[in-house]
Design a protein around this ligand. Structure first.
Ligand code: PMP
Ligand code: GLU
Length: 405
């Protein structure tokens, strides 16, 4: 059986609970939770009569816009290197299908990498993340893990990095990225750098493409920075022409092309007019304010948790509270959080973490409101955590955690 992806499954489970009238604090799903900017909606509406399939890799205009977006972020890119697709998720799958060898993943890392590796018949080599930040394997553990994998008959050839990271909500430092790149280069690993959260970092972002431009594939999209997950717009910068042709070949057999109106919307956003930049900047401030407040609540409750430095996730560890919890696994803990306290989160096991660890992912982005009006108000607020619907949710989280132990 091929299981339903854990992120999408928990979202459906929590929404069903809500539809049944049960109380729920939805911290389970990584949807950016913000309204569509009207100018972007207008760009899409203006393209609604575009009904040709178009080129598989994307329209020249959208590819040029994506190349400009990456080039302005310090990764010089030619439009010919860009492939657009309905989300970055299918591009990640196509890359794993096209590249030879097994996959090295930070542990924990986003749920779909390991699932896709399994679907493409690859082995996964999980390497723990360093204490400072997620999204990269601990450089001190990476080489021994590669040696062990080879001794076990695996052939590690691909390294997936998430910069900034889901699930930890952290941005790895330049020093960490550089050390990991050095090892990847010496061991002939192709890096897939998933940079879908790159516009949402609260600190400096660094891409492995800075150090290894020819060895690094960068993926990105509009799901997080512009909260357009349901529009399914993703892109990849694939410097190796042979790999690019393979990915385009897979695309041509699986999804044909990104929907034509979405290419126009993508081009509009990736050209970065002032209102797009302002919308992203406002959303980054909102994410930072709410995720930082939630972090404080977990720490005050006694959890261990890396301070968030990007995006809208936390990855708390309730190990210090274990004696009072009466659970043995992370899934038991998260089931209890949902069943007894109405708090929906996703256990670390889904991200490749140890089942017995009392760690889970918290997404704070669905706290901004249930209506477009509330979400706009949150975006425009100087102090969003004081808005009643956000303050109530955070207070509910604090009191549930206090009751837990
Ligand atoms: N990478 C990460 C780390 C994610 O959290 C997501 C969430 N959707 C994706 C990739 C896929 O995004 P999309 O397919 O919407 O571009
Ligand atoms: N990336 C989001 C998450 O981690 C959800 C969407 C998805 O997984 O495709 O929750």
């Amino acid at each position: 059986m091929i299981p339903h992806s854990a992120t999408l499954a928990v979202n459906e489970k929590i929404n069903a609970r809500r539809a049944a009238g049960l109380p729920v604090l939805h911290l389970g799903f990584g949807e950016a939770g913000l309204p569509v900017h009207p100018d972007v909606a207008a760009a899409l509406a203006g393209a609604v009569t575009e009904n040709s399939y178009g080129p598989v890799a994307g329209t020249p205009r959208a590819r040029e816009a994506a190349a400009g977006y990456l080039s302005r972020r310090g990764t010089p890119t030619d439009p010919s290197q860009i492939v657009l697709a309905p989300g970055s998720k299918p591009l990640l799958y196509a890359l794993l299908a096209a590249l030879p060898g097994d996959v090295v993943l930070p542990a924990p890392s986003w749920v779909s990498y390991a699932a896709q590796a399994q679907l493409t018949g690859k082995r996964v080599i999980g390497v723990p993340i360093p204490p400072e930040a997620g999204g990269v394997p601990d450089p001190d553990l990476l080489e021994p893990a590669l040696a062990k994998a080879r001794a076990d008959g695996a052939s590690p050839r691909i390294l997936v990095l998430t910069l900034p990271d889901n699930p930890t909500g952290t941005q790895a430092s330049a020093g960490l990225v550089e050390r990991v790149c050095d090892i990847a280069d010496r061991h002939d690993l192709t890096i897939i750098s998933d940079e879908i959260y790159r516009d949402l970092t609260f600190t400096a972002h660094v891409s492995p493409a800075t150090y290894l431009p020819g060895r690094t594939v960068v993926t990105g999209g509009l799901s997080k920075n512009m909260a357009l997950g349901g529009w399914r717009v993703g892109f990849a910068r694939i410097p190796d022409p042979a790999l690019r042709e393979d990915v385009i070949g897979i695309a041509s057999e699986v999804w044909s092309s990104l929907a034509a109106p979405m290419q126009a919307a993508a081009a509009h956003v990736l050209d970065e007019p002032a209102e797009v930049n302002a919308h992203i900047a406002a959303s980054r401030r909102l994410h930072e304010s709410v995720v930082t407040a939630a972090h404080r609540i977990f720490v005050e409750a006694g959890a261990l948790c890396r301070p968030p430095t990007a995006g809208f996730y936390l990855y708390p560890d309730l190990e210090p509270l274990r004696p009072g919890l009466n659970v043995t696994t992370g899934v038991e803990l998260t089931d209890r959080l949902l069943d007894e306290h109405g708090i929906g989160v996703l256990a670390g096991e889904h991200f490749g973490d140890a089942p017995e660890a009392l760690r889970f992912r918290v997404a704070t982005s669905l706290l901004y409101g249930r209506t477009a009006e509330q979400r706009w108000e949150a975006l425009r607020s100087d102090d969003p955590v004081t808005l009643p619907w956000i303050a109530d949710s955070l207070a509910g989280l604090g009191s549930a955690l206090a009751r837990l132990g």
